[in-house]
Write a protein that binds this ligand. Structure first.
Ligand SMILES: [Zn+2]
Length: 167
């Protein structure tokens, strides 16, 4: 029996499905088998991929039309997942090569060095952060590459590597 009209065909299949418990059970068995699950997963993934552009466009349109609501949602999400968001932001900053330290970290460095310049050992009037391997020479802008130095030393060292500068 062939239906030209897809709606009629679906109705027929649905009816047959309802009226045929054995077939229903067989389908259920298939769907919960490993093969059936894999097939379903593949179908879902295909569908998801196929609808992606459409979904993205719809989302962009919604964001554009509801800027206030979007901000509210973002704020609420931030409140609920503060540490997760901060962790993600930190990871992004690191990936971009951004700093992973705070002013507090620098203060701790100064304290650890007893306010003495890392290079000359003199007391620092105006401590500056010093990249041991200069950022322009590939050093990371990261606590692991930072010491505190007095301004004169910092300026004298400039873009040199430590071994090019220290005797
Ligand atoms: Zn110094």
């Amino acid at each position: 029996m062939a239906y030209a009209d897809p709606a009629k065909r679906r109705a027929y299949e649905a009816k047959r499905y309802r009226e045929n418990p054995e077939r229903r059970a067989a389908i259920k068995r298939y769907l919960s088998s490993a093969k059936g699950l894999a097939t379903k997963k593949a179908c879902d993934a295909r569908l998801y991929q196929a609808q992606k552009p459409k979904r993205l466009m719809a989302m962009r349109a919604w964001v554009k039309a509801n800027p206030e609501r979007r901000r509210e949602i973002a704020r609420a999400y931030y409140r609920r997942n503060k540490s997760k968001v901060q962790e993600t932001n930190k990871r992004c900053r690191l990936l971009r090569g951004g700093a992973d330290y705070t002013v507090t970290d620098l203060a701790a460095l100064i304290e650890a060095q007893r306010n003495r310049c890392w290079y000359c050992g003199e007391e620092m009037e105006s401590p500056t952060k010093e990249h041991v391997v200069p950022v322009c020479r590939g050093g990371p802008d990261s606590l692991t590459n930072l010491v505190m130095a007095c301004r004169p030393c910092n300026e004298r060292k400039g873009r040199k590597l430590p071994e090019e500068w220290l005797f």
